[in-house]
Design a protein around this ligand. Structure first.
Ligand SMILES: Cc1ncc(COP(=O)(O)O)c(C=O)c1O
Length: 389
């Protein structure tokens, strides 16, 4: 059976060109970048080349990029680092209830340590209203953190408007751009971001490597203590192959992301329409137009998303319910819940996310297989005769 992978929002396969670029840094140029001999210096140069590539892609200066172990670390670093370094100015942080757990759990951690967190609401599409962010600002607000695009429903937030508000009020602004960097144009000045998180495995790079953009002059506490790497902000011997892989993935994304977004958008829409028109009692979750070119999130009335995902798997199709980290638990999605959807719609949701190796033929196969699965499951579902929407 040919596998159809439709969970690119959870992670992507590594591009063979990326693997090729990384491989010599495991065995040949393996020296410690802090060493003064040439093996070390060559590794150091490769790190700095990758740093240039990252900075150019997001319109940053080279010394504003700090390599981390990925999106989770970048989010933790941004929030904890700013909170700890700016306590004298205030202890209030503004965020949203639809952020990735890397942000919401860090906020909970900070709340236990005396910080106050305001969660501005989102509408039924998961969209934040910038005027709500403005209203939430207090005299002691030190940080606003709003994600660029949501990983579950694909909604793209009005980041530039929020960035403008933050700048007017001289408040630091962080955006989690893990789902957009490498897929959509991201420019830190246009977005008004002071801090921005990105992660390589979301755009055909390796897992366990990412970066945090930190605007020059931002007061931030070091995240790891030890050696002098990453300007003493993030100590520890660098993940050289990972950093090289991130750089190569950035290089490829620069060339391909525009044409990929153009190719994926009609495929996404074909899948959405195929499901909505082909299966009764289905609803699209997330914004109808302001959404990622690769995200499809649908609720199936009277069914559990989990059972649909299991049945798709039997057909060789990989999909997910909610985000990757919560899909193994039976907790309802905090994103869909914050959007005010009924519990039937929350539990009946499935995410299908497209990518570089998704073809039209694969989409057609999903549109063919899904109605059969849904019909079979509904025939035996105790909820079928209950409250449908
Ligand atoms: C929006 C968002 N932020 C953060 C993360 C965490 O990134 P990583 O897996 O690199 O730690 C993810 C990954 O699912 C994500 O989608």
């Amino acid at each position: 059976m040919r596998r159809i992978y439709l969970d690119y929002a959870a992670t992507t396969p590594v591009d063979p060109e990326v693997v090729k670029a990384m491989s010599s840094f495991f065995t040949d140029t393996f020296g410690n970048p802090s060493a003064t001999y040439s093996y070390g210096q060559e590794a150091k140069e490769a790190i700095e080349e990758a740093r240039v590539k990252v900075s150019e892609l997001i319109g940053a200066e080279v010394d504003e990029i700090v390599f981390t172990s990925g999106g989770t670390e970048s989010d933790n670093f941004a929030l904890v680092g700013v909170a700890y370094a700016n306590q004298a100015r205030g202890n209030h942080i503004i965020t949203t209830p639809v952020e990735h757990h890397a942000v919401t759990e860090t906020c909970k951690y900070l709340e236990e340590r005396g910080f106050r967190i305001t969660y501005v609401p989102v509408d039924e599409h998961g969209l934040v209203d910038p005027s709500d962010v403005k209203k939430a600002i207090m005299d002691d607000t030190i940080l606003i953190s709003v994600m660029h695009a949501n990983n579950e429903v694909g909604t793209i937030e009005p980041i530039a408007e929020i960035g403008k508000i933050a700048k007017e009020r001289e408040i630091y602004f962080h955006t989690d751009a893990v789902q957009t960097v490498g897929h959509l144009p991201v420019d830190v000045d246009e977005l008004g971001a002071d801090l921005l998180s990105l992660s390589a495995h979301k755009f055909y790079g390796p897992k366990g490597i990412g970066a945090l953009y930190i605007r020059r002059g931002i007061e931030i506490a070091a995240f790891m203590h030890g050696g002098e790497q990453e300007r003493r902000l993030r100590a520890g011997t660098e993940n050289v192959p990972g950093i090289v892989g991130l750089g190569q993935a950035i290089e490829i994304a620069r060339q391909e992301m525009q044409s990929e977004a153009k190719r994926l958008t009609p495929l996404r829409d074909k899948l959405i329409m195929g499901i909505l028109e082909g299966i009764d009692h289905t609803r699209l979750n997330g914004h109808p137009s302001m959404r990622l070119p690769n995200n499809v999130n649908i609720s199936f009335g009277s069914l559990e998303g989990e059972s649909i995902v299991l049945n798709l798997d039997l057909e060789g199709i990989c999909a997910s319910t909610g985000s990757a980290c919560s899909s193994a638990s039976l907790e309802p999605s905090h994103v869909l819940t914050a959007m005010g959807l009924s519990s039937e719609r929350v539990y009946g949701s499935v995410r299908l996310s497209l990518g570089k190796w998704t073809s039209e033929e694969m989409i057609e196969r999903v549109i063919e297989v899904l109605p059969v699965i849904v019909q079979k499951l509904r025939a035996v579902s105790p909820r079928t005769h209950g409250n449908r929407q």
